[in-house]
Unconditional design. Structure first.
Length: 180
């Protein structure tokens, strides 16, 4: 038989762990975001992302003017092709950073953050992991196509104001500022 070794003194929790736990409990107590504020956040995100996306296009146009051949209709040079690929890559990275990374790191997209919203796990109040954010955002697009936008309308008709993609991934959008 083994010998009993008593556990040492309880591990002291760090201030950071305590603050994270308090934040998660606070998020659970906050009200769910309603349809109008979520729609406003979507419009704000669309405007902000359009500005970033078009700025990258303007940079491509600016640099492309220096690479363009002297006569119109000429085939693209290798430098122009590289610029096109680099711009495409920068736009894909901007999309990732705007819609995926910010939700994983900060709990919401920039538009939601500006309006005081957070996307959290429905039962724990924790921010979503990168995998769940990827599933949520790609599922949001897929469900919008399959249901012809009906998945978003569930927010307006459900008592808990959760969209179809939130129900499937056990997430919820909480209003953390300006509770009424």
């Amino acid at each position: 038989m083994g010998t009993y070794i008593p556990a040492g003194p309880p591990r002291k929790r760090s201030i950071s762990d305590t603050l994270v736990e308090a934040e998660e409990e606070h998020f659970l107590d906050c009200p769910n975001a309603d349809f109008l504020v979520r729609a406003a956040a979507l419009v704000l995100d669309a405007i902000l992302f359009f500005l970033i996306y078009s700025a990258l296009g303007r940079l491509q146009h600016l640099f492309g003017a220096y690479l363009a051949p002297d006569f119109p209709g000429a085939p693209l040079t290798d430098a122009e092709m590289a610029l096109n690929y680099a711009t495409w890559l920068l736009r894909a990275l901007a999309f990732y950073a705007f819609f995926i990374w910010t939700v994983s790191a900060f709990g919401a997209t920039p538009g939601k953050l500006l309006l005081g919203l957070r996307i959290v796990d429905v039962s724990t109040g924790r921010k979503l992991s990168m995998t769940r954010v990827l599933l949520r955002e790609s599922g949001k697009v897929g469900l919008a196509v399959v249901t012809v936008g009906g998945g978003f309308l569930t927010v307006a008709f459900r008592k808990d104001s959760r969209a179809l993609h939130d129900l499937l991934l056990r997430s919820v959008v909480k209003r953390i500022h300006g509770e009424t």
